[in-house]
Design a protein around this ligand. Structure first.
Ligand code: FES
Length: 168
């Protein structure tokens, strides 16, 4: 039996628009070979996450088991299973950034936000995610908030980015 996350009901409040988008994407991708990964990416790009409530429809359309869909979504760190906050903060954990102090930066981010990776602050402002290279290694350590990459980030810089995100 597939056991979804304890808070799987959190995504049960999909809007009608989000449900329609997911349904349309499933129709769009279902006849393509190797459709699962591109479909999951498309859902996350357009809805912001891959809701657990969509797994049965995905599995049926692609002739996979729900367990297979669940396994792929949870295997890849990139995919979120729950609705993100208004902003998403990615902290780079790859080699160059680690050599330049990203471990301390991620500890600082977790402490400041009061969340672990893949979690969202109680005010819904910021979701914290790990990332494995932002292509900004020369300016390690790097973070990305929403689509903006920042390099040579200090804890003070991170505080400022978080404060800005929480205020908007
Ligand atoms: S290792 Fe962090 S940006 Fe490349």
């Amino acid at each position: 039996m597939v056991r979804f996350g304890d808070d799987s009901l959190l995504d049960s409040y999909l809007t009608q628009d989000e449900t329609s988008v997911i349904d349309a994407l499933i129709v769009q991708y279902q006849s393509r070979p190797g459709a699962l990964m591109p479909l999951l990416h498309a859902i996350q790009d357009q809805v912001g996450f891959v809701p657990e409530s969509s797994y049965p429809a995905i599995s049926k359309a692609l002739a996979l088991s729900v367990a297979e869909v669940y396994g792929v979504v949870t295997f890849y760190h990139h995919f979120r299973t729950h609705r993100p906050g208004r902003h998403v903060l990615h902290v780079c954990r790859a080699e160059s950034c680690q050599a330049m102090g990203s471990e301390a930066l991620e500890a600082h981010a977790k402490k400041c936000l009061g969340v672990d990776y893949h979690q969202t602050t109680a005010d819904g402002a910021v979701t914290l995610e790990p990332v494995y290279c932002l292509g900004n290694c020369a300016l390690s350590p790097s973070v990305m908030i929403d689509e903006a990459v920042h390099g040579r980030v200090t804890p003070a810089d991170l505080d400022a980015l978080i404060a800005e995100a929480k205020a908007s």
